[in-house]
Design a protein around this ligand. Structure first.
Ligand SMILES: Nc1nc2c(ncn2[C@@H]2O[C@H](COP(=O)(O)OP(=O)(O)OP(=O)(O)O)[C@@H](O)[C@H]2O)c(=O)[nH]1
Ligand SMILES: [Zn+2]
Length: 300
């Protein structure tokens, strides 16, 4: 009997639900005891090889393939990208939240796609200017897709980014993550306000995620990533690597270990003055850098 390839989409009592990568069928599989003996346990997002014979309703996990990455909250493996959903109005976008989510995503080596939702609410010239300013800051670094569940603009572009990838949505409560998923694929039928509910549990409980399959191809985690925005585990000196637009200035500061905050002859500060790096991104870099210093001091 030949083995087939699938992806773990959820846990179902003692079984692992695997979605076949070719047929897209879901099969409940047993996990043979030898995995438990070796203390290997698959998680949602794991690519596995499984076997199933005609007579049997259930399959059997044979092999768990190597993980590309692993996120702890929600607990999921092999994510390809993070879709950062935000809005200009209701709620008003807070750029420090945006930049913290980006730092966490970059640390995990995830691709970032930014969705600017609720564009139908932008009436005044001032509000439209705010959206343009947002695109000016982030559009140079990441794809920025303006959307609305009312006008349904640019949904095809968003779909093309989600297609055949494993993605997670992230972003503040109320920006429209569940709503967007429902207009992208109405079969998902997520209740609005539902997607963040899972993370409302105690801070230290692990959240078990489930992968939902889009009818146009691709998977989305049913629980948003990085809701707690904890920067723990990130060292001060690595933050600069997670600001992608800083990288081209690498090696041009007077000091080789420049933190880009107080040192003289800093190429990043010069780039901010020349308008090559946005002031907002730089200010948020400094704030995140300081916050990490503070928390490490508290730990002593
Ligand atoms: N005008 C307008 N309202 C929207 C849009 N998208 C979502 N909403 C509304 O905004 C509210 C919040 O939407 P949700 O989809 O629950 O937001 P969420 O990001 O999933 O929220 P959490 O689950 O709390 O994280 C709902 O009342 C939606 O109907 C949009 O594009 N335009
Ligand atoms: Zn510097």
């Amino acid at each position: 009997m030949s083995w087939r390839k699938g992806i773990v989409v959820r846990f179902h009592s003692d079984m692992v639900t695997v979605q076949d990568l070719e047929s897209n069928q879901k099969i409940n599989c047993f996990l043979p005891g030898r995995f438990k003996l070796q203390k290997i346990r698959p998680i949602v997002g794991d690519y596995v090889e499984y076997s199933k014979d005609q007579q049997n309703a259930y399959g059997r996990i044979e092999n768990i393939l190597e993980r590309k990455n692993e996120l702890y909250r929600p607990r999921v493996a092999n994510l390809d990208q993070l879709v950062l959903v935000t809005s200009i109005k209701e709620p008003r976008v807070d750029l420090i939240v945006v930049d913290k989510i980006i730092v966490l995503a970059e640390k995990e080596k995830l691709d970032v796609v930014i969705v600017l939702n609720k564009t139908d609410l932008l009436g005044s010239d001032e509000e439209k200017r705010e959206m343009e300013r947002f695109i000016e800051i982030y559009g140079k670094i990441y794809p920025v897709i303006p959307t609305s569940k009312i006008t349904k603009n640019n949904l095809d572009i968003l779909k093309s980014y989600l297609k055949n990838k494993v993605s997670t949505f992230a972003g503040p409560s109320g920006v429209g993550k569940s709503s967007l998923l429902n207009v992208l694929d109405p079969k998902l039928k997520l209740r609005e306000g539902e997607i963040s509910k899972k993370l409302g549990r105690g801070k230290h409980t692990t959240t078990y995620a489930e992968l939902l399959y889009f009818d146009f191809g691709g998977y989305i985690v049913d629980t948003p990533g990085f809701s707690s925005l904890e920067l723990r585990g990130i060292k001060k000196d690595e933050v600069r690597r997670y600001f992608r637009e800083f990288l081209e200035f690498d090696g041009f500061c007077q000091f080789s270990n420049c933190s880009h905050t107080v040192e003289p002859g800093c190429a990043i500060k010069e780039a901010v003055e020349n308008g090559q790096i946005s002031l907002s991104r730089y200010t948020n870099y400094c704030q995140i850098y300081e916050e990490i210093e503070d928390s490490s001091l508290k730990l002593q």
